[in-house]
Design a protein around this ligand. Structure first.
Ligand SMILES: [Zn+2]
Length: 241
């Protein structure tokens, strides 16, 4: 009886004294599968108050052998990643769950992440090049731009480093490292840590053939899940499919 009472009291105290645990439960990750069914030739300012404008979305690339649309690959990996993260206790918000519209543009995507108060705004893409031998995985993050990215620059770079390592080891493609970008609208409008992964090159026959398979889409999602949890200070072993 006494033991039970003590145990009950201990549990109650622990619940009250563990706000960190509760905060972790509520952690939100925003997954942004790049592009959509159609490109969007409208323009938007590359940062708040900027007179420089860029096209909303050029439409993305496609698989040189598979014919797979980049927008579809990004979504397949994004949906798998959502399941993995949700099963590990992370709350997920998707910028899109279908490939059916004209692309919403990058300010709209960033605003979804800002509104969600995302711990990480994770943008999923695959690369294209006129050089069919170009291959490998890389991760882009915002350059330091005063007034635009000062608040997210350092944390985004840390996220890029951690997620790149996990994604690269999961896919086994060459390591193209990190790249800082001052000109990405979706970075400059973000008020939360943001990265953009380029999983591999769909214009490279080897990487296209692999990325078009469910097995490699699963690998990509696992790598992104592990990297995300590592960045959030949690154990990557929670990523189980
Ligand atoms: Zn893309």
């Amino acid at each position: 009886m006494h033991r039970l009472l003590t145990l009950g009291l201990t549990v109650a105290l622990f619940a009250v004294a563990a706000p960190g645990g509760e905060a972790q439960q509520r952690m939100v990750v925003v997954i942004d599968p790049g592009h959509d069914l159609r490109a969007n030739a409208e323009t938007e300012p590359i940062g708040p108050g900027s007179s420089m404008r860029k096209i909303k979305d050029g439409g993305g690339t496609s698989g040189v052998l598979s014919g797979l649309r980049e927008a579809d690959l990004n979504l397949k990996v994004g949906l798998r990643l959502r399941s993995l993260l949700e099963r590990s206790g992370v709350t997920v918000v998707m910028t899109r769950t279908r490939t059916a519209n004209a692309s919403m543009g990058n300010i709209a995507r960033a605003r979804i992440a800002n509104r969600a108060g995302a711990a990480l705004f994770l943008r999923i893409h695959a690369d294209g090049s006129t050089d069919p031998t170009a291959r490998g995985t890389h991760t882009l993050h915002p350059a330091l731009r005063r007034g635009w990215t000062d608040d997210v620059h350092t944390e985004s770079k840390r996220a890029a480093r951690v997620v790149q390592a996990s994604l690269r080891s999961a896919l086994g493609f060459p390591d193209r490292g990190l790249q800082e970008r001052p000109d990405f609208t979706g970075f400059n409008w973000a008020d939360v840590p943001v990265i953009l992964v380029e999983m591999g090159f769909m214009t490279n026959p080897t990487e296209d053939r692999l990325l078009a398979t469910a097995a490699y889409q699963r690998r990509a999602a696992l790598g992104l899940c592990r990297g995300t949890l590592r960045y959030l200070g949690r154990s990557p072993t929670a990523c189980r499919s």
